[in-house]
Design a protein around this ligand. Structure first.
Ligand SMILES: *Cc1c(COP(=O)(O)O)cnc(C)c1O
Length: 398
């Protein structure tokens, strides 16, 4: 056994989260794509079967009340809240991240008021956020300016209405300074929208602590909600009464069953809803969130950093120097829960890695992306992934 394999064994033996792996359905592969689609939590299949067979099949319409379908978006929002540092009553689950970005950006512009005519967007953003910010700018008559998160403080001014930022860069895994950037946006009198897709469930976010205005995120990555599971929207408590959704629907009406022609917004998180929620996906997510019972996000963060540190150590030991370039920051304060390695033949390399049971993903044009989900990835997995990577790179070179 190599020194690194022995070290991995010791790290696994002292890992207080190691037992959580049993809460998931996994196989022999090393699954490093939980930042794209989280693994299946073991409680989900039976719950979904019950929702379909009993709640829908037998109770039918009664389930809106008796099975808690109607209140699920707020109830599940409150289950996500502690994972992102939010007090109850501020998060609603539903729609996709893309749709929630739209609601949040337009609402932020409306909060900022007439005098402010510019929206700033993260130039390195996940594409959908950029497309939607552009459309939101056109609809609200504002101009859109793309700047890197580092350029945001200098770009802020009396014209700034809203700023849309990604907490962790999906490609490089860089973690941005949420407290500092939020404070800078507020100093300029503007509103900030954070996209938490690559941070929620992997590291502490501290939405309330840092005074974030609005936030969105998906639930199928580190929250393991399943393919296309509904996203969430956070609206800070003291902004809720002024939150003016561009998609008011009957679900966000103060009196949804009054069937009135005039819209009157509901109070609280429910104001972020639109139409009838996707109950099957929503309740699969609710079952999936049970894997977090008794888990502290701080412990998850500590293990995540240990995993990515150990992966970099193994890659450095196994892979010939210069064959791959790490584009993920080495400083812990700037690292999310993934490692991105650049190499010219990344697409081909990832195909071969997957054939050999190491599942990461490829992001065009030249990035190998490895996501480390501390709930079910261990240190022996990490050592194996780096070892197989080195073998594949050696084969590709031959
Ligand atoms: C994954 C991801 C999305 C996905 O949006 P959907 O509407 O769920 O397709 C959006 N933004 C970021 C930053 C992401 O990482």
């Amino acid at each position: 056994m190599s020194d690194l394999a022995r070290e991995a064994k010791e790290l696994d033996a002292s890992d207080e989260l190691a037992g959580l792996r049993a809460r998931f359905v996994l196989d022999d592969a090393v699954y490093l794509d939980g930042n794209s689609l989280g693994a299946l939590p073991a409680a989900v299949p039976d719950r979904v079967a019950d929702v379909v067979r009993r709640q829908w099949g037998e109770l039918r319409i009664r389930s809106w009340e008796e099975s808690g379908w109607w209140t699920a978006p707020e109830r599940i929002g409150d289950r996500i809240a502690p994972l992102v540092g939010a007090a109850p009553g501020q998060i609603v689950v539903g729609d996709s991240t893309s749709v929630n970005v739209f609601k949040a950006v337009v609402a932020a512009v409306r909060l900022a008021g007439e005098g402010r005519d510019e929206i700033l967007v993260d130039a390195s953003t996940f594409p959908t956020d950029g497309y939607i910010a552009e459309s939101a700018a056109r609809l609200t008559g504002r101009t859109l300016r793309a700047v890197t998160p580092a350029e945001v403080p200098a770009a802020l001014g009396p014209r700034t209405a809203a700023v849309l930022l990604n907490h962790v860069d999906y490609r490089t895994g860089r973690l941005h300074d949420l407290p500092g950037l939020t404070a800078a946006v507020h100093e300029a009198g503007a509103y900030v929208v954070w996209d938490l897709c690559h941070s929620a469930g992997a590291l502490p976010v501290g939405l309330d602590e840092h005074g974030v205005d609005l936030a969105v995120g998906c639930t199928y990555k580190y929250l393991n909600g399943g393919p296309g599971s509904p996203a969430y929207l956070y609206v800070r408590h003291d902004l809720q009464d002024r939150f003016d959704s561009p998609l008011p629907g009957w679900n966000s009406h103060a009196e949804p069953f009054g069937m009135r022609p005039e819209f009157e917004a509901a109070h609280g998180a429910r104001r972020g809803r639109v139409g009838t929620p996707d109950i099957l996906s929503m309740l699969a997510l609710e079952a999936a969130l049970e894997v977090w019972d008794g888990v502290r996000v701080e412990a998850v963060r500590a293990k995540s950093l240990a995993l990515t540190d150990f992966f970099l150590k193994c890659v450095t030991a196994y892979v010939p120097e210069g064959r791959v370039e790490c584009v993920t920051p080495l400083a812990h304060a700037e690292r999310g829960s993934q490692v991105a390695l650049r190499c010219p033949d990344a697409g081909d390399v990832m195909k071969r890695l997957i054939e050999r049971g190491v599942i990461g993903d490829f992001r065009a044009p030249d990035v190998l992306r490895f996501g480390f989900t501390p709930l079910y990835v261990g240190f022996a997995d990490v050592e194996r992934a780096a070892r197989v990577l080195a073998e594949v790179l050696a084969d590709a070179a031959a």
